[in-house]
Design a protein around this ligand. Sequence first.
Ligand SMILES: Nc1ncnc2c1ncn2[C@@H]1O[C@H](COP(=O)(O)OP(=O)(O)OP(=O)(O)O)[C@@H](O)[C@H]1O
Length: 271
Amino acid sequence: MSEALLQIRDLSVDYLLDRGAFRAVKNVSFDIGRGELFGLAGESGCGKSTIAYAITRLAKAPAWVAGGEILLDGQDLLKLPESRLQEVRWRRIGMVFQSAMNSLNPLMRVEAQFHDVLRRHTGSSREKSRARAEEMFKLVGIPASRLTDYPHQFSGGMRQRIVIAICLALKPELIIMDEPTTALDVVVQREILEQVIDLQRGYGFSVLFITHDLHLMAQLCHRIGVMLKGELVEVGDVRQVSRAPAHDYTRKLWGAIPQLPGHPAVKDAIA
Ligand SMILES: Nc1ncnc2c1ncn2[C@@H]1O[C@H](COP(=O)(O)OP(=O)(O)OP(=O)(O)O)[C@@H](O)[C@H]1O
């Protein structure tokens, strides 16, 4: 791994429920290097999204960070006052969630939404925002003429591309993608992720990629962490985690991937 950009140390997150605290994330530690694609895998409910929200401090009650550190370039995000956090969110850490389509305002033209984000974070003028929006649309493969359209005029895949474009417009150092394409059909899903990888190569940002799709994760990521019931049971290089998993549960996860006849097995796909 390259030099660490994000270091998560002993992170514990609780949900404070009427019947008592439920620990959803238990003493989790891992690093994400600069320019690294890091995947977090594990069954539904194992705590992946809770970690994603904790990193950006977007976790809302009843979630409560019970302990640990989240260091971005050595600075503990958990200790930053809310006012300083605004500089980190979007500007340094971009977020693309499964419900990203909902992060677009249905009443605003897309161009205005670019400007809104760029003005708020960089003080950009309308002309500069327009130029940047055109550049970003080109990067994600949407004609610039469509910048004056409203979100409902785009397909689901295009809307997700728009959210990625807005996120990238601020050149964040880390992008958190939590099931970014789950709601889309597999062809569009793959197209978008391939585009993200291309952009990653060009821009050099780091990615925390969360998905149920272990096969996809193995193809995209450099390193993988495997979670089970709130604990990180294994972290390693994608080859090591797939070829020589240290944990029984990781072996089960790989074993659960259906292999189509004539289709290369995962182990071959990443070889
Ligand atoms: N608002 C909440 N209140 C109470 N418990 C919650 C809340 N949100 C999540 N949890 C619980 O915390 C645990 C971890 O949930 P989380 O959403 O982080 O898992 P996940 O691995 O991201 O799952 P998925 O892959 O289905 O999104 C689960 O047991 C879930 O039921």
